[in-house]
Ligand binder design. Structure first.
Ligand code: DC
Length: 223
């Protein structure tokens, strides 16, 4: 790297669904003037495309082709797939489950990690996901593993789905959301390729009883 170039900084935020990663990562990026990257949205976009094309989630070859061909553009809080704004369409329960299923496919992960590294090489980023500190940028400047207790995470996820205005965001009993989140966490943590795990050098932040501002300040204090 050219010594005159300002150093690019990578802040990695990993953790289970509903831990508050998106809210915190977005706020951190604003405060730091970095680019915010929601990598879960990228897996969701590929799952949405597969659903629309009628490609089965267990068709490894075609799923890898879709992941490589997908033109994904991220802007703060928005995501475009092949030129279409799919920010709301990717927030349905069907897409959540699909994203978790296709995230086990090594070829899909390779394609996504490649795109994520390209973005991180262009500018300083706050990148959130499951494998950012462990796989995508193992030499991140700061790694945060953000978690919260399962009931609190389910409550936050329900609020997020309601607020997203997703067409099929029907009200669901909290117990059902807790069970669905627990099932997806187990699946994301036990898969063979890049499972959700705490990087050795990550700082663990439990946000259960913390406000958004408190979490943001805590993370900034480590930077
Ligand atoms: O963060 P999220 O709920 O939007 O992510 C959707 C799914 O994508 C999640 O169940 C696991 C997968 N995912 C992943 O495997 N690796 C990432 N870096 C981000 C998400």
């Amino acid at each position: 790297m050219d010594d005159n170039q300002p150093k690019r900084v990578v802040v990695a935020i990993d953790g289970p669904a509903g831990a508050g990663k998106s809210t915190i990562a977005r706020r951190l990026a604003q405060r730091l003037g970095f680019t915010y990257i929601d990598t879960g949205a990228m897996y969701r976009a590929v799952a949405l495309w597969a659903l629309r094309q009628g490609v089965r989630f267990d068709d490894l070859h075609r799923m890898e082709q879709l992941a490589m061909a997908a033109a994904i553009e991220l802007a703060p809080g928005r995501i475009h797939l092949n030129g279409e704004d799919v920010s709301e369409a990717i927030r349905t329960p069907e897409v959540s489950s699909g994203a978790s299923q296709i995230a086990v496919i090594p070829g899909v992960r390779r394609a996504m990690v490649g795109k994520q590294r390209e973005i991180g090489e262009r500018s300083s980023v706050v990148m959130e996901g499951r494998d950012i500190g462990t796989v995508v940028f193992p030499d991140s400047d700061l790694k945060i593993y953000l978690t919260a207790d399962p009931v609190e995470r389910a409550r936050r996820r329900s609020d997020q789905v309601k607020a997203s205005g997703a067409v099929d965001a029907v009200p669901v009993a909290e117990s059902v959301v807790v069970a669905e989140l627990a099932r997806r966490d187990r699946f994301d943590s036990s898969r063979a390729t890049s499972p959700l795990q705490i990087a050795e050098d990550a700082i663990v932040v439990d946000s259960t009883k913390m406000s958004v501002d408190e979490v943001v300040e805590e993370v900034l204090s480590h930077l």
